[in-house]
Design a protein around this ligand. Structure first.
Ligand SMILES: [Fe+2]
Ligand SMILES: [Fe+2]
Length: 350
């Protein structure tokens, strides 16, 4: 019998929080518990029933391909992989905490929704755990308990949680499936076994998105009013812009798996926008000639902001230097928001 020397696993303190790092959210649990979901109860019940089947119960099992040593990765590749795993793990774990808290608070007041949220928390815990195990292949792990206690929680009202998590789940689905299909066609770029798991994994995210879609449909005023149209536009743009700015800062990671970050993001944005067409009264005109030009401008400004961060100025000096760039960024985002949207003619009524 051969004994392998146990690896020394360092506990990693989560990276510094910036505007674009995955956030932790909290909400008004009482307001959610009082929601009358009777208008779309059947669809919600059907999705909860699917969650109960638990298609991916046996999916997240590490096979022998993971036991290979990953020390052959050069320092740069290793670091970009760790960053990708850390950000993904934090985002999945943030979903777990939010869904778990909502479920706990709704237990006696709205059992159907409580059950739906607890199934989604189960899935996100699996995703976060699997990613954290993957980090240990690079001799590092995230202290999730520490993260829970020390991260700042952002308050979002329930309707904002519904719009933004619906879109995050759908964009997550498109990201995972696109990476999976690309590596299926180009196996030489599948440098680490995690990506093999994305096909079934992304179906979890797709079902979560469907749950939020069904929940939004049970609240007609969140889809049919003029106010709803403004919020749908706002959340589409913020979810798309956040991903675009984040990914274009991390081109090297996408290049390491043979993807062009810009092309990948533009494809994912188009697909998510198309998915939103089946729910939102309005979607963004991503084929408008200005749309990606303006997003590219935002990305260049964001690059400038991170360059200032890397300089050895004092914190006050950095903040002063950043002001004009923040001004330009906000101005460009407003221009994007004001581009004429596309009517989906989708009026939801039961
Ligand atoms: Fe997930
Ligand atoms: Fe999810």
């Amino acid at each position: 019998m051969t004994l392998t020397k146990p690896k020394k696993i360092e506990n990693k303190i989560a990276a510094k929080e910036t505007l674009l790092t995955p956030r932790f959210y909290t909400t008004d649990f009482e307001e959610i518990s009082k929601l009358d979901i009777s208008k779309n109860q059947q669809e919600i019940e059907a999705i909860v029933e699917e969650f109960r089947i638990d298609y991916n119960r046996d999916h997240f099992i590490r096979d022998k391909e993971f036991s290979k040593t990953w020390d052959s990765f050069d320092e740069k590749t290793r670091n970009i992989f760790i960053e990708f795993l850390e950000r993904s793990c934090t985002a999945e774990f943030s979903g777990f905490l939010l869904y778990k808290e909502i479920s706990r608070n709704l237990k006696n007041l709205n059992p159907l929704l409580a059950e739906g949220f607890s199934f989604m928390a189960r899935d996100e815990a699996r995703h976060a755990g699997f990613l954290n195990k993957a980090m240990s292949d690079f001799n590092i792990s995230l202290d999730l308990g520490f993260l829970t206690k020390t991260r700042k929680y952002t308050f979002f009202s329930p309707k904002f949680i519904f719009y933004s998590t619906y879109l995050s789940e759908k964009i997550g689905y498109w990201r995972y499936i696109t990476i999976y299909r690309h590596l299926e066609k180009n196996p030489s770029y599948r440098v680490y076994p995690l990506f093999r798991f994305f096909e079934s994994w992304c179906q979890d995210e797709n079902r979560h998105g469907d749950f939020f879609a069904a929940l939004l449909k049970s609240q007609e005023h969140l889809l049919n009013t003029n106010e709803a149209r403004l919020w749908c536009r706002f959340f589409l743009l913020s979810v798309f812009a956040t991903m675009y700015l984040n990914d274009l800062q991390r081109k090297d990671f996408y290049a390491s798996i043979g993807l062009n970050a810009k092309e990948f993001d533009q494809y994912v944005i188009r697909k998510t926008n198309q998915s939103a067409k089946t729910l939102f009264p309005i979607v963004l005109d991503v084929d408008h000639p200005e749309f990606f030009l303006l997003l590219d401008k935002c990305s260049t400004i964001n690059q400038k902001l991170s360059e200032i961060d890397k300089e050895e100025y004092s914190t006050i000096a950095k903040s002063i230097f950043k002001v004009p760039y923040y001004g330009k960024l906000i101005f460009t985002l407003i221009k994007l928001y004001l581009l004429k949207p596309i009517e989906t003619n989708y009026i939801w009524a039961m």
